[in-house]
Design a protein around this ligand. Structure first.
Ligand code: IPM
Ligand code: MN
Length: 363
């Protein structure tokens, strides 16, 4: 199979982790006889520096020409410390999601057994947790009207959802639940917000088409609490853009670290594959970032965009083997990990590549 993959490393550790994913995809291509053609483009802070635009037209052109997109991260402390700047790296990512119609962000939260002791949460609470988040990605306060008034002394961001926006992602979540434990937990704030009352109404209606799937509704505050208290009670979680952003950072602790959580942003056409973590400038350039979130995103790409299920399973199995052999990046090391097993970004990527070669030759 021949595929064109757009590579957007972006800012901070985005470049370091994405390089490891390219290594992994190259290894998969040679092990299974595929041809992946990589083409790189700019986004975020680096694109602003080069062109003044966080999503230049040349990047957009490349996205339209590609079969799938591998994305790293965007962001820079310069903008975080100066909220008055009008052109911002994040705008590149948000515009890309909107332009490509990527309305569903799928974030699997699953703990590898080898990492049972890497999490701050007790192992007996965590063991067996397996959650699939569907975060709506092109609506909500992220894209509602925003602005300033009263002489710049008041600011607003409109929380807004249409019936159609809720319906399409709800169907995706219910369909996914059918292939899993058969439960959808929809998260909103319907006791306060009108947009959440519409959300709940639509989800209930869509739910009637899936009588075999159990539907539960939670308010976002309670969901935040229950995720940590009893993560095993969740199967598929369906929620809006802002709540989903916050809850999935929280849920990353169930998988041990932000450095472990992959995601797929999909719509009706091509997919974008991105780790959920950001640019992490505090560790940029040190070669210590965990590449596994990005590497696990390539497994989602192989499966969802290319339909290469065996290849996707091989990547996940290779990550699992590498962890079983005791290798860790600093973020997932625990007090039982000996110093010689703590690897940098590129070393971890190479270990996974070596494991892929082993798994692929076993079958
Ligand atoms: C994420 C990120 C982005 C978001 C930022 C960088 C705009 O936090 O992908 O979760 O809020 O969606
Ligand atoms: Mn986020």
């Amino acid at each position: 199979m021949k595929k064109r993959i757009a590579v957007l490393p972006g800012d901070g550790i985005g470049r370091e982790v994405t390089a490891e994913s390219v290594k992994v995809l190259e290894c998969i291509a040679s092990a299974y006889g595929h041809e992946f053609v990589f083409e790189e483009a700019q986004i975020g802070h680096e694109a602003i520096e080069a062109t003044g635009n966080p999503l230049p037209d040349t990047t957009l052109d490349l996205l339209h020409r590609s079969d799938a997109i591998l994305f790293g991260a965007v962001g820079h402390p310069k903008y975080d410390n100066d909220p008055t700047l009008k052109v911002r790296p994040e705008q590149g990512l948000l515009r890309m999601r909107k332009e490509l119609g990527l309305y569903a962000n799928i974030r699997p939260v699953k703990l590898f057994d080898a990492l049972l002791h890497a999490s701050a949460i007790k192992p007996e609470i965590l063991k067996g947790a397996d959650i699939l988040f569907f975060r709506e990605l092109t609506g909500d306060v992220y894209f509602g009207e925003k602005g300033r008034k009263d002489n710049n002394s008041t600011a607003y961001d409109l929380m807004i959802y249409s019936q159609q926006e809720v319906e399409r992602i709800a169907h995706m979540a219910f369909r996914a639940a059918r292939t899993r434990k058969g439960k959808v937990t929809s998260v909103d704030k319907a006791n306060v917000l009108e947009s959440s009352r519409l959300w709940r109404e639509v989800v209930q209606r869509v739910g009637h088409d899936y009588p075999d799937v159990e539907l539960e509704h939670l308010f976002v505050d309670a969901a935040a609490m229950k995720l940590i208290q009893s993560p095993r009670n969740f199967d598929v979680v369906l929620t809006g853009n802002l709540f989903g952003d916050i809850l999935t950072d929280e849920a990353s602790q169930i998988a041990g670290s932000m450095g472990m959580l992959a995601s797929a942003s999909v719509g009706d056409r091509k997919g974008l594959y991105e780790p959920i973590h950001g640019s992490a400038h505090d560790i940029t350039g040190k070669g210590v970032a965990n590449p596994l979130a990005s590497i696990l995103s390539t497994a989602l790409m192989l499966d969802i965009s290319f339909g290469l299920k065996d290849e996707a399973d091989t990547v996940v199995r290779a990550v699992e083997m590498t962890l079983e052999e005791g290798y860790r990046t600093a973020d997932i090391a625990d007090r039982h990990t000996p110093a010689e097993k703590i690897l940098g970004t590129a070393q971890m990527g190479s270990k996974v590549v070596a494991s892929i070669t082993k798994v692929a030759t076993e079958v």
